[in-house]
Write a protein that binds this ligand. Structure first.
Ligand code: GAR
Length: 187
């Protein structure tokens, strides 16, 4: 059984969706651990309610080489999945889990990526730029924010009357549909 660790900072709808997708064990993988850096994030109660071990760690703990490699190594983690995780991944993790850390970004990278571009901010920028389409990007994580090799993209139309909340709903739907399938493929 392959082991997935999810890193998340927010409400955790993607984390929950991925946990449920792999839950019955028939896909040969399971979510063994959720790591969260925000003590009040929704993802914590979501993942604990589904019986998944959930570690709430500070930024300095996440940057602690011995602690993190121990935590992930002891659980035999094969793939790290960032699902709305807002801290930069430390270099020692990128080295140790080379090509085994993936992120989802809620736009068609390289558009609307980089520092400060996360969650609703991305969708507000898409609406302000009067884009006619947006989407999701699943990519490997590198030392540079949102610049790792792209694995998968999916597109959705943006209409002239769409608000940022409308765009967010469309993008979330794409994420829920595709992210678990792409993770299964990678594994
Ligand atoms: C998702 O839309 C994800 O693409 C985005 O945060 C949201 C988390 O939603 N990630 C980023 O913006 C990373 N730069 P969730 O907590 O409901 O899964």
């Amino acid at each position: 059984m392959k082991k997935i660790a999810i890193f998340a900072s927010g409400s955790g709808s993607n984390a929950e969706n991925i946990i449920r997708y792999f839950r019955d064990g028939e896909r040969g993988a399971e979510v063994a651990l959720v790591v969260c850096n925000k003590p009040d994030a929704g993802v914590i109660s979501r993942s604990r309610a589904l019986g998944v071990e959930t570690a709430v760690l500070s930024r300095s703990q996440i940057n602690d080489r011995e602690l993190m490699l121990g935590l992930l190594g002891e659980r035999g983690v094969d793939l790290i999945v960032l699902a709305g995780f807002l801290l930069m991944i430390p270099g020692f993790l990128i080295e140790t889990y080379s090509d085994r850390i993936v992120n989802i970004h809620p736009s068609l990278l390289p558009k609307f990526g980089g520092k400060g571009m996360y969650g609703r901010h991305v969708h507000e920028a898409v609406v302000a730029a009067r884009e006619s389409e947006t989407g999701i990007t699943i990519h490997y994580v590198s030392e540079k924010c949102d610049e790792g090799r792209i694995i998968f993209q999916a597109v959705t139309a943006v209409s002239e009357t769409d608000t940022a909340a409308d765009v967010e709903a469309k993008v979330h739907a794409l994420e829920w549909k595709h992210f678990p399938e792409v993770i299964a493929e990678l594994l």
